[in-house]
Design a protein around this ligand. Structure first.
Ligand code: NAI
Ligand code: MG
Length: 500
C-alpha cells in the first residue's frame, strides 16, 4: 500500500508554532555520519497523530543496510576525532545540548504531544527533564576515575575506565525524549558513540533532537539515528557483529530476543523492560495524598508507563471506602485533547495499543473482575481510553499478571503486612512498587521486602537522573541513571607497570 501524503493542516490542526510546522514540513531522514540521508531502500513509513488518526509525517524506513552504514560511521568516529576529545570538551557538548533542549522545550513538547498523544504539560516537562539529564551527565564526563591499587611494590597497578565503544540504543514510544536522553547522555559522557533507533510509532522528537545535536557541534558519526521497524532495523542493531553494547527499553518479549541476538558477538546488554507494579495502601495512609497520586500512578501517560502502579493493594478494612474515593476522583479524569494544557490524560499511542487495551478490558470482565469505573474504550476518532478501575480482582487473573499499558488499575484487598508483601511480590516483574503508610518502621520493612528496582514511600512515579532505575526479575538487566549508567557505558582496564 502506498503511503498517504501527510496533511499537516489536518494532522497538526491548531498548531501555531512555526518551528513545529517547519519541522513537520521537512523530509524525515536518517542521520548517518552527520548527514541527513534517505533509507537505502528508498522506503518510508507513516507517522500518525493518535489524537486524530491523521498522517503527521513520512519517516525514512531504515533497515539492515542503513544500520551497517551507521555502524561504520560510528566506528570511524570512535577511533578518530572523538577519541581525542578531552572530558571537558565532552562535558561542553552535553551542556550545549542541554541548553538547546531547554531553549526548544516547548517545541519538543508540542512535537511529542502530537506524535505520542502525551498530555502537553507532561511532554514539556519531559523535555525539560531531558535537559536535566544531559546536564547531570555533563558533570560525570570529568569524574570518571580509575583507581590505583595496592599492588606488589615491584609494579604500579592502576585501572582505566574506558568507553565500551559502539552502542546500539533501541528506545520505545512511551517517553521518546526522556529515553533519548537516558541513552545518549551517559553514552557520550563516557566517550562512546551511538546508533539510536526510536520506536516506529514516535520517530519525530528523536529526529528534532538529532538536529539539535548537530547544532551543538557533535562530530560526525558520534550519534547516528535510524528510524524504522523493530523486526528489521532493531533486529539488525541487536545482531550486529560490530556493535559492542546494546541498551534497550521496551517489552520483556523483545528484551529476550535482544539478549539472544547479542550472543553472536557477546555484546554488553542492558534491558529496561515491563512491569506490573504493586501500589500498597495501608489503612493508616494519608488518603488526601494517596488517592490523587495513586490515580496518577496508573494514568500518567494513559498508563503507558513501564513502572505504572496497576495493581493497587488495599488493606481489607477500608477497601470499599478507598475504592469509592479513587473511583470518584478518577471519574473526573477523562481522556482529552493532548494539546489542551489542562488535559492530564491523552489518547493511547496507536491503534495497536488501543486494541490491546480493549482486549484486556474484555479479558478482565470475562475473568470476573468488576469495573467500578470505566471498562470500555471510547468510540470515535483518536485512541482515547478513560480510566478503568477493576474490583473483585484476584492476583492470579491475567489483568493482574500481564502488562496492559493503558489507564487500567486492579484493586486487590490484603489482610496485613505479610499478605501485602506476598501478593505484591507474586509477579514475574519487579520494576517498581509503592507503599503508603504513616508508620515509618513499616515503611522501611515493606520497602526492604518488596522485590523491585524502585520503591516509593508515600509518593509515586518520582524519577530523577541522580537515582538508579531498572528492574528485578523479568523487568530487566542492569540499572540506568545515576552512577549506574556510567557502569553500563564504561569498561575497566587494569594496567600493570613494572618498576625498574
Ligand atoms: P516493543 O518492545 O516491540 O518496542 C520497543 C522498541 O523495540 C521499539 O523501538 C521497537 O521498534 C523495537 N523492537 C521491536 N521488535 C524488535 C526486535 N525484534 N529487535 C529489536 N528491536 C525491536 O514494544 P511494543 O510492541 O511497541 O509494545 C508492546 C508492549 O510492550 C506494550 O503494550 C507494553 O506492555 C510493552 N512496552 C514496555 C515498554 C517499557 O517502557 N518498558 C515500552 C514499550 C512497550
Ligand atoms: Mg513489539
Amino acid at each position: 500500500m502506498a503511503a498517504a501524503v501527510p496533511s499537516i493542516e489536518k494532522a497538526a490542526a491548531g498548531i501555531k508554532s512555526n518551528a513545529v510546522l517547519d519541522f513537520l514540513r521537512k523530509p524525515k531522514q536518517l542521520l548517518i555520519n552527520g548527514k541527513w540521508v534517505s533509507a537505502k531502500s528508498g522506503k518510508t513509513f507513516e507517522t500518525i497523530n493518535p489524537a486524530n488518526e491523521e498522517v503527521l509525517a513520512l519517516a525514512a524506513e531504515g533497515d539492515k543496510a542503513d544500520v551497517d552504514e551507521a555502524v561504520k560511521a560510528a566506528r570511524k568516529a570512535l577511533e578518530g576525532k572523538w577519541s581525542s576529545i578531552n572530558p571537558h570538551q565532552r562535558a561542553g557538548y552535553l551542556l550545549k545540548i542541554a541548553d538547546l533542549i531547554e531553549a526548544h522545550a516547548d517545541e519538543l513538547g508540542t512535537l511529542e504531544s502530537l506524535n505520542n498523544g502525551m498530555a502537553i504539560s507532561l511532554a514539556k516537562g519531559m523535555a525539560s527533564g531531558a535537559a536535566d539529564t544531559f546536564r547531570y551527565y555533563a558533570g560525570w564526563a570529568t569524574k570518571i576515575y580509575g583507581e590505583t591499587n595496592p599492588s606488589d611494590p615491584s609494579v604500579f597497578n592502576y585501572t582505566l575506565r574506558e568507553p565500551v565503544g559502539v552502542c546500539g540504543q533501541i528506545i520505545p514510544w512511551n517517553g521518546p525524549i526522556a529515553m533519548f536522553a537516558w541513552k545518549i547522555a551517559p553514552a557520550l559522557a563516557c566517550g562512546n558513540v551511538s546508533i539510536i533507533k526510536p520506536a516506529e510509532q514516535t520517530p519525530l522528537t528523536a529526529l528534532r533532537l538529532g538536529e539539535l545535536l548537530l547544532e551543538a557541534g557533535i562530530p560526525d558519526g558520534v550519534v547516528n539515528i535510524i528510524t524504522g521497524f523493530g523486526e528489521t532495523a532493531g533486529a539488525a542493531i541487536a545482531e550486529h557483529p560490530d556493535i559492542d553494547k546494546v541498551a534497550f527499553t521496551g517489552s520483556t518479549e523483545v528484551g529476550k530476543l535482544i539478549l539472544k541476538a547479542s550472543a553472536g558477538n557477546l555484546k554488553r546488554v542492558s534491558l529496561e523492560l515491563g512491569g506490573k507494579s504493586p501500589n500498597i495502601v495501608f489503612a493508616d495512609a494519608n488518603l488526601d495524598q494517596c488517592i490523587p497520586t495513586s490515580l496518577f500512578g496508573f494514568t500518567m501517560l494513559s498508563g503507558q508507563v513501564c513502572c505504572a502502579g496497576t495493581r493497587v493493594f488495599v488493606q481489607r478494612d477500608f477497601h470499599d471506602e478507598f475504592v469509592d474515593k479513587l473511583a470518584k476522583q478518577a471519574s473526573q479524569a477523562k481522556a482529552g485533547d493532548p494539546l489542551d494544557p489542562k488535559t492530564t490524560i491523552g489518547p493511547l499511542v496507536s491503534k495497536e495499543q488501543f486494541d490491546r487495551v480493549k482486549g484486556y478490558l474484555d479479558i478482565g470482565k470475562k475473568e470476573g473482575a468488576q469495573p467500578k469505573l470505566g471498562g470500555e474504550v471510547r468510540n470515535g476518532k483518536g485512541y482515547f481510553v478513560d480510566p478503568t478501575i477493576f474490583t473483585n480482582v484476584k492476583n492470579n487473573m491475567r489483568i493482574a499478571r500481564e502488562e496492559i499499558f493503558g489507564p487500567v488499575a486492579s484493586v486487590i484487598p490484603f489482610k496485613d503486612e505479610n499478605d501485602a508483601v506476598l501478593q505484591g511480590n507474586d509477579t514475574t516483574y519487579g520494576l517498581a512498587a509503592a507503599v503508603w503508610t504513616n508508620d515509618v518502621s513499616r515503611a522501611h520493612k515493606v520497602a526492604r521486602a518488596l522485590k523491585a528496582g524502585t520503591v516509593w514511600v508515600n509518593c509515586y512515579n518520582n524519577i530523577d537522573p541522580i537515582s538508579p532505575f531498572g528492574g528485578y526479575k523479568q523487568s530487566g538487566i542492569g540499572r540506568e541513571l545515576g552512577k549506574h549508567s556510567i557502569e553500563l557505558y564504561t569498561q575497566i582496564k587494569s594496567v600493570y607497570l613494572k618498576l625498574n
